[in-house]
Design a protein around this ligand. Structure first.
Ligand code: FAD
Length: 484
């Protein structure tokens, strides 16, 4: 055992299965857990959108609060600061006499740049640093092929991993006594333990729309609770494969994504729970499929480790040249859910009002932006980045690149949003929920209100162009062209 270590919390906001914390506790007498609210995370991006919008901000603040509460229950505390980690951490290490900083790495460009700056600062002050990998289900060191040689197509990669790699065991949550540290004496700030509000206060307030699939509450406590509810109490896992393309309600899919994105929930913990469920209740295609989806998450992460910043370029990782359009009005109509195509608009309005959208919805609105409107797909990705409660750099930009045909799996197809809407929302209940102006229409007309004659519009009490927009494009003509 040696003296003190700092654990720099990032997107691993949990006590369970946290390697950085477990290693620091194992090898040091005193551990100082630190979280830095980095103002850059709340800046405006090159697409003139706020990087972290209100839903994620609130979720993040709640998650940090929850972590702080947990440390306090363990007799310790979480030190929360607002500022640049590369300036704060070297100073804190010196102030508290910490000889090492432990942290979990994130394979994305900006996050890596921050990491490098922190390392430089620590090196200059002679402070050691120790980086761990903890984001994915499979550990990067356990992959059967080296990162540079990972297949750019999912299925072969998945098969190799399933056949040749194993998921590591989770790390124990440290015992209360291990975290009983009091390193706050002498701290210079008046209220060193206060959690700052990174945005204007009303932005972080909980204002759930009662149509939201779930009232997502940030933090490890709520994340573990959701895992328990979905898998054990609700027993929904046994039918996940059949329900996962749903659009309405809390349980058609797991909704683990916001907690996984901030690391409030560890993918290995989810996997462990699935295995226990398979042992104690049922093992079927559904139980397999949830893990299969976690493999997509892993894949996107490892793809970022391989390709890095190429994911943020218009041509993506495949160098595909397309004439992406820039049309601010068109983009704004898409973003506001005012395209006049109900299935697209319902999904965008759900995103705008709640911070969440189903996977089916995401695929469709992304395809509509990239394939039908032919707008620069990165605008859509940046908009999602700002709005999503579960934003994850790799999953978001990776999936957007995929939908735009410039990412993995060489997808050149598109989603026919009219057909998709009719298939997955056949009775138009989802459309009616998010577009109340169309509430009085029969299902068919909900999907294609432009087919209604003036007389029918009058009969149903909907005037296109007034209560609901006229379609911004002749979508059927576009699909005819795309089909050629
Ligand atoms: P479930 O269906 O219950 O899946 C379980 C978990 O598997 C999810 O929580 C997620 O961690 C993972 N997962 C499922 N599908 C995918 C996928 N296609 N790619 C990567 N991981 C997956 N997911 C994010 O977590 N953050 C994002 O920023 C994000 N952006 C997306 C953008 C687009 C354009 C698309 C098409 C998909 C995006 N996804 C993103 C993936 C997917 O839509 C969400 O993970 C999923 O809808 C979250 O709901 P859930 O937790 O109920 O998922």
């Amino acid at each position: 055992m040696s003296d003190a270590a700092i654990v720099w919390f990032r997107t691993d906001l949990r006590l369970h299965d946290n390697e950085a914390l477990a290693r620091a506790v194992d090898t040091h007498d005193e551990v100082l857990p630190v979280y830095c609210f980095d103002p850059r995370e709340f800046d405006t991006t090159m697409f003139e959108l706020r990087k972290t919008g209100p839903y994620r901000t609130r979720f993040l603040v709640e998650s940090v609060r929850d972590l702080k509460r947990s440390f306090r229950e363990h007799g310790g505390d979480l030190l929360v600061r607002r500022g640049l980690p590369e300036e704060l951490l070297p100073g804190l290490a010196n102030e508290y006499g910490a000889e090492t900083v432990y942290y979990q790495t994130t394979p994305s460009t900006e996050e890596r740049a921050v990491e490098s700056a922190v390392i430089d600062g620590l090196d200059q002050r002679g402070v050691d640093h120790h980086r761990v990998w903890g984001k994915t289900l499979y550990h990067i060191d356990d992959l059967p092929v080296e990162i540079d040689r990972i297949d750019d197509t999912f299925t072969p990669w998945r098969k190799t991993v399933e056949n040749e790699a194993t998921v590591r065991e989770t790390f124990e949550k440290p015992a209360p006594n291990d975290l009983a540290v009091t390193l706050f004496e002498g701290d210079s700030e008046p209220d060193p333990t206060a959690i700052p509000t990174p945005l204007e206060s009303d932005d972080t307030e909980r204002a759930p729309d009662d149509r939201a699939v779930l009232d997502f509450e940030g933090g490890e406590t709520a994340g573990l609770q959701r895992l328990d509810e979905y898998v054990w109490e609700g027993d929904h896992l046994r039918e996940y494969k059949a329900t996962r393309n749903g659009l309405l309600g809390p349980d058609y899919s797991s909704k683990f994504s916001p907690w996984l994105a901030l690391g409030c929930l560890s993918p290995r913990r989810v996997h462990e729970t699935v295995e226990r469920y398979e042992h104690e209740r049922v093992a079927n295609e559904s139980t397999y499929w949830l893990v299969f989806e976690l493999l997509w998450r892993d894949y996107m992460t490892f793809q970022f480790e391989k390709h890095g910043a190429a994911f943020f370029t218009p041509t993506g990782i495949r160098g595909v040249e397309k004439n992406w359009r820039r049309d601010e009005t068109a983009f704004e109509r898409w973003a506001a859910g005012e395209t006049g195509i109900p299935f697209v608009d319902a999904n965008m309005r759900e995103l705008n009002r709640t911070g969440y959208m189903s996977n089916r919805g995401r695929q469709n609105v992304a395809s509509f932006l990239a394939d039908v409107l032919e707008l620069d797909w990165r605008l859509g990705a940046a908009y999602f980045e700002s709005r999503l409660v579960d934003y994850d750099v790799c999953s978001n930009w990776g999936n957007w690149a995929y939908q735009a045909g410039v990412g993995n799996d060489s997808r050149d197809g598109y989603f026919h949003v009219l057909g998709q809407g009719k298939r997955y929302d056949s009775d138009a209940e989802y459309i009616r929920r998010w577009l109340p102006a169309l509430g009085g229409l029969p299902a068919d007309a909900c999907h294609e209100p432009w087919q209604l004659s003036d007389g029918q519009q009058e009969m149903y009490g909907v005037e296109l162009g007034e209560e609901y927009p006229e379609p911004m494009v002749d979508v059927e003509a576009v699909y005819e062209r795309l089909a050629k």
